[in-house]
Ligand binder design. Structure first.
Ligand code: PLP
Length: 422
């Protein structure tokens, strides 16, 4: 695949081809290495994804040829860097289906996106006695910022329950949307369970009562075609490093009518229009929310990652991964003593499990010796672990470069785990 130049948006973004996983794998140098003398099988993309050569090249090209600070300089390099950064914003806007680039704020990632909303929209709109509604399956990033806000304001964090399959109990959730609910915030896809939440239905329910909805899209963006206008959500956050882009860059979508009224987040350079000791006026959207020198190259790299995803086509990626997830689910279910954690009917990417009598960290350590990278622990989702009465699980997470062969290697290595600890 080719990378479109930093200065222009990929016009082939809507072209669809048959999904050729071997060709895709060829784009990811990190996958082709030996770990403990075994060929690497990378099943930890939910934590962070490997990077295609196209992203690495875009970063390297930008630093080698176009790098300077943005929005300020009249000189050529500053102009080029500004163009590349703002072009990346357009790519994010289109990728997310937003109406305007004014609605896209660059920041470090999902965590910072949720904190921004809590500290600006939240502080301005949540008062004593109000409620913020989340779910049991949230990542800590979508729990702690709301806890901090609720503590400061004397508000209440309300938590929607899930069932044994890891699906949201929708009747209970609807009941919990009450007269004091000021915001609903939930993951589009759960990182610990893989559940794809019925977010459109939830947004409709919340909007009928005039309540805005934030979606944590960290685990959705690499796997599902996004359309914030169709979803009709009010806030949506993504992390570049989970979608094959650099770490330290992500984006927050905010509906423009809300963003216009939101107080600024951090103060500093670039977010102002004019400053005097008597009065500061703020810059126009979205710059008002981007104080200081941002991760310029990170944005360019994220733009290249989006080109890459568009080139493959999100629908093709989703169809390929769905088939792979089904294959992995069946294969794991057949392993004696294995219990799947998270069996929602609508899932993406994640295969979380425990093996009877074996600690997940021991599973992870043996798998590593076999060259297989999985994540073990609470996955920054301790409340969901508590819900299932567990301290930890082993989690294999799939991405567009994984194969049935990777899953076969995992299953084979789990036999070794069982022999060692069984
Ligand atoms: N939300 C979910 C569902 C996640 O899986 C993660 C990361 O694992 C985050 C939020 C936090 O993302 P980041 O660390 O990129 O800010």
């Amino acid at each position: 695949m080719t990378v479109s130049s930093n200065a222009e948006i990929s016009t082939s973004s809507l072209s669809k081809r048959d999904f050729d996983v071997e060709r895709v794998r060829g784009d990811f140098p990190g996958l082709h290495q030996m770990v403990h003398e075994k060929p690497l099988v990378y099943l930890d993309s939910a934590a962070s994804a490997q990077k295609p050569q196209q992203v690495i090249d875009a970063l390297s090209h930008f630093y080698a040829h176009d790098y300077a600070n943005i929005h300020r300089g009249v000189h050529e390099l500053s102009q080029r860097a500004t163009k590349a950064y703002e072009n990346a914003r357009l790519k994010v806007q289109r990728f997310m289906g937003a109406r305007s680039e004014r609605e896209i704020i660059f920041l470090r990632g999902t965590t910072e996106g949720i904190n921004l909303v809590a500290q600006t929209y939240g502080r301005a709109n949540v008062s004593e006695g109000d409620e913020v509604l989340i779910t049991t399956m949230e990542h800590h990033s979508n729990i702690v910022p709301w806890q901090m806000l609720c503590e400061e304001k004397g508000a209440r964090l309300v938590v929607g329950p899930i069932d044994d399959r890891g699906e949201l109990d929708m009747d209970a959730f609807e009941e919990l949307i009450g007269p004091r609910t000021k915001l609903v915030a939930l993951g589009h896809v759960s990182n610990a369970l893989g559940t794809i939440n019925p977010v459109k239905e939830i947004i409709e329910l919340a909007h009928e009562r005039g309540i805005p909805v934030l979606l944590d899209g960290a685990q959705a963006a690499p796997h599902i075609s996004l359309d914030v206008v169709d979803l009709d959500c009010d806030f949506y956050t993504i992390s570049g490093h989970k979608m094959f882009g650099p770490s330290g860059i992500g984006a927050l979508y905010v509906r423009e009518s809300i963003l216009e009224k939101m107080p600024p987040y951090q103060g500093g350079g670039d977010m102002i229009s004019s400053v005097s000791f008597e009065k500061t006026t703020y810059n126009r959207l979205p710059f008002r929310f981007e104080a200081g020198t941002p991760n310029i190259a990170g944005a360019v790299g994220l733009g290249a990652a989006i080109d890459y995803l568009n080139e493959l086509g999100m629908e093709s990626i989703a169809a390929y991964e769905e088939e792979l997830l089904d294959y992995g689910t069946e294969a794991l279910r057949a392993v004696p003593g294995l219990r799947m954690i998270g069996e929602a009917s609508n899932k993406a990417s994640v295969l979380s499990f425990v093996l009877e009598g074996i600690h997940p960290h021991d599973i992870g350590t043996i798998l590593d010796q076999e060259g297989i990278a999985v994540r073990t622990g609470h996955h920054c989702a301790q409340p969901v672990m508590d819900r299932f009465g567990l301290a930890a699980t082993a989690r294999a997470s799939l991405a567009l470069y994984n194969t049935r062969g990777d899953i076969d290697r995992l299953i084979h290595a789990l036999e070794t785990v069982r022999k060692v600890f069984g």
